[in-house]
Design a protein around this ligand. Structure first.
Ligand code: EPZ
Length: 417
């Protein structure tokens, strides 16, 4: 096990490059087995979750090869449609293989991924979508099993604009005869990237990024080369790093249009954000910050995956801020750790009331990926030394985090515990 040791108080300055999006790469890797050819993915980040998805694909029989930031996946050798339980337990997103296996082979067996620190993470909307398409889905002994019965295009209304359910249904429907319409679909940029990827393999999907997606089933999907979009949550995390440290950083390869809700909130607080030909510049230095309120919502609302990071920042902004978490039922695990650093935060259900002041260094532990990022940011803005434990969570979603922060001048080192 490793830990970060951070000396707070240094304004971050310089340039940092955003890696490819974890949450675009994972569904696209799953969708690669829809192809009857070879898939080449560029800008794939080196992350634990990507490693787990690669292992999952290999366990199904696919060939996966990594060459630096490129993944080459050949799904033609997939011969097994049952994903072992240990993989599902290691990463929830392995449930995206259910839609891809059903779409390509008409059968699938995937263990329920189970809950995690932030919530119960049910799959009822995924199951409802598969059944609407004519797949027989049975649940039992911790597994979900699916079998094509009378598959046909269908109109599906999602009760919640679930990202994973939208992606799984897109994959399961891509080769189902007829027209499928997903209403109240999630609109995240990662879904647009998935649509673009599957269409380049030969699918006929329209509407991703809006709340209605239309899929015309096709008979066959071929090989393709694709570059995944930049990671908007990683970009947002470094934007907050500039803000909480009072620094001035240039973020390259970030897509301005994907960052609008984060930009709007940071500007409300008083941070200066300047578009730039290769990304954006974030200036916290010399700015007077004001408290603000945040309510997490499905895209294009404020992303839940940036909620912990913003809470760390608002813990250092004088005045009272309110955060409402509407997406996950238990996404305030970072509060108790921020309190160890002197944060004044009261939680009532899904509402956190933050009375900002300053933070003091302490030893804290990550409970999940974005909580871990929030604690690193808190350490950058705190007085004194902070030690962050639980780096296995951070390694799931941030490529070379401490090296990127060191490049920006942060006093951060990684040591084994
Ligand atoms: C994706 O998870 C992301 N993960 C999450 O990022 C992100 O927080 C989430 O979308 C919301 O934006 C990946 O893309 C790999 P949902 P997903 O289905 O698809 C409920 C990170 O830190 N729901 O949109 O699992 C669910 O309980 C991770 O990178 C049902 O009730 O999220 C939640 O309350 C964390 N039934 C809400 O919908 C279902 O069948 C949104 O979940 C499915 C979901």
């Amino acid at each position: 096990m490793d830990k970060f040791i951070i000396q707070g108080g240094t304004p971050l300055c310089g340039q940092v490059r955003v890696s490819g999006s974890k949450n675009a790469t994972l569904p696209i890797m799953a969708a690669s087995i829809l192809s009857c050819g070879e898939v080449i993915l560029n800008e794939v980040p080196q992350l634990e979750d990507i490693t787990v998805m690669s292992e999952a694909l290999e366990l199904l029989g696919a060939a996966v090869k990594r060459e630096k930031d490129t993944l080459i996946i050949d799904g033609r050798s997939v011969s097994n449609c049952a994903l072992p339980e240990h993989i599902s337990r290691r990463m929830r997103a392995s449930n995206l293989l259910m839609g891809a296996l059903l779409g390509r082979f008409g059968q699938a067996k995937v263990a329920f991924p189970g809950g995690c620190a932030i919530g119960s993470r049910p799959m009822d909307l995924h199951i409802k979508g598969f059944r609407s398409l004519g797949y027989d889905i049975s649940e039992g002994y911790g597994f979900l099993e699916g079998q094509a019965a009378n598959i046909h295009g269908q109109e599906i209304l999602l009760d919640i604009p679930s990202v994973g359910a939208t992606e799984n249904i897109m994959m399961a429907a891509s080769m189902v005869p007829g027209t499928t319409i997903i209403r109240n679909a999630a609109r995240e940029p990662e879904i647009v990237d998935l649509q673009n990827f599957i269409n380049r393999m030969g699918a006929k999907i329209k509407g991703a990024g809006l709340d209605t997606i239309r899929i015309e089933g096709v008979k066959r999907l071929g090989g393709v080369e694709h570059t995944v979009i930049p990671d908007r949550i990683e970009a947002g995390t470094y934007m907050v790093a500039a803000a909480i440290s009072g620094g001035d950083i240039w973020i390259t390869d970030a897509l301005f249009e994907h960052l609008q809700p984060i930009i709007a909130k940071l500007m409300e607080i008083g941070i200066e954000i300047i578009p730039w030909s290769e990304g954006l510049r974030v200036v916290g230095r010399g700015c007077r910050y004001l408290p603000t309120d945040i309510k997490t919502m499905p895209y294009p609302g404020f992303p839940t995956d940036m909620q912990p990071q913003m809470m760390a920042l608002l813990s250092t902004v004088s005045g009272t801020s309110v955060i409402v978490e509407t997406i996950f039922e238990n996404r305030f695990m970072h509060v108790q750790e921020l309190r160890r650093m002197g944060a004044d935060i009261k939680v009532e259900g899904r509402v956190a009331i933050i009375k900002g002041n300053h933070l003091e260094g302490a030893t804290v532990e990550a409970s999940d990926l974005r909580a871990g990022a929030a604690l690193v940011l808190a350490g950058l803005g705190a007085w004194g030394e902070t030690q962050v434990l639980g780096l296995d969570h951070i390694d799931r979603g941030y490529e070379n985090m401490h090296q990127k922060l060191q490049q920006l001048g942060a006093a951060i080192t990684r040591k084994s515990v």
